[in-house]
Design a protein around this ligand. Structure first.
Ligand SMILES: Nc1ncnc2c1ncn2[C@@H]1O[C@H](COP(=O)(O)OP(=O)(O)OP(=O)(O)O)[C@@H](O)[C@H]1O
Ligand SMILES: [Mg+2]
Length: 263
């Protein structure tokens, strides 16, 4: 009887953790074929990431960070191994199914902001919702909300050339949020930004994560990684370290101590 109850409790715990698991990668290998040569970019990566986590990925250039992000983002496929997103094995999905998952479940932010130049902040933000065939009114509403979330409600009608780098990156974040993704993937989102602006971007990420959004972010900067809750270090296509961040700073507090342009 006692054993039975324990077993039941164990099952319940396991079910709960499976439910909260957004990403599960099992023994992932990725080879790139380049003419005669083969690059072994991922060499047996296994990891689980749960809902509400905020993970930073670090590691030397060429260690496989972007390759891994492209897999997580369903932009590329594994050579071997499995990738389950929200319990669904997407490693066997074809191109169309992957495109649908990208549109519905994933938000992307890159180092270059990739905004359309002749298009306003609002229209840039709307784009993924347009592709997802969401009707015009709902699209507008969602884009307006997303811009407000990144503190750019007042800049909706500005063109990229009329905004600072930090503001452009915030538009890119709003655009990534407009389809209400389960996971936000960011590959060096602060790579082109000065240090204060970088911390401002991390403040937005921390706020979004507080609201439950799962975030995976690649960065070369140790100080930026510390704003996450967990840090992975890649080396030679493998995860060499996986540690929780202790005494995680709040970007909001760090900003108070940083000089502003006016100082
Ligand atoms: N499309 C590709 N074709 C062939 N080889 C590739 C391709 N993309 C990446 N590689 C190789 O795979 C390895 C991992 O590259 P990846 O871009 O994942 O590194 P990274 O950790 O993101 O580096 P960085 O910090 O410079 O962005 C490298 O050896 C790289 O040269
Ligand atoms: Mg990279």
């Amino acid at each position: 009887m006692g054993t039975n109850l324990q077993l039941k409790q164990f099952d319940a715990t396991r079910a709960a953790s499976a439910e909260s698991e957004v990403i599960r990668v099992e023994d992932a290998h990725k080879y790139y074929e380049l003419g005669e040569t083969r690059v072994h970019a991922l060499r047996g990566v296994s990891i689980e990431i749960c809902r509400g986590e905020f993970v930073a990925i670090m590691g030397a250039s060429g260690s496989g960070k972007s390759t891994f992000m492209n897999i997580l983002g369903c932009l590329d496929r594994l050579t071997s191994g499995r990738y389950l997103m929200e319990g669904i094995d997407v490693s066997k999905h074809g191109k169309n199914a992957l495109a649908l998952i990208r549109s519905e479940k994933l938000g992307f932010v890159f180092q270059g902001f990739n905004l359309l130049a002749r298009t306003t902040a609002l229209e840039n933000t709307e784009l993924p919702a347009l592709y997802a065939k969401i009707d015009k009114r709902e699209r507008r509403k969602r884009a307006t909300d997303a811009l407000a979330m990144v503190g750019l409600a007042e800049r909706a009608q500005h063109f990229p050339s009329q905004m600072s780098g930090g503001q452009q990156q915030r538009v890119a974040i709003a655009r990534a949020l407009v389809n209400r993704p389960s996971i936000l993937l960011a590959d060096e989102p602060t790579g082109n930004l000065d240090s204060r602006t970088s911390v401002e971007i991390m403040e937005i990420f921390q706020n979004l994560n507080d609201k439950g959004l799962t975030i995976v972010l690649v960065t070369h900067e140790h100080d930026i990684a510390q704003f996450a809750k967990r840090v992975l270090v890649f080396r030679d296509g493998k995860i060499r370290k996986d540690d929780p961040v202790v005494n995680r700073p709040r970007a909001n507090d760090v900003l108070k101590a940083l000089p502003t342009l006016e100082d």
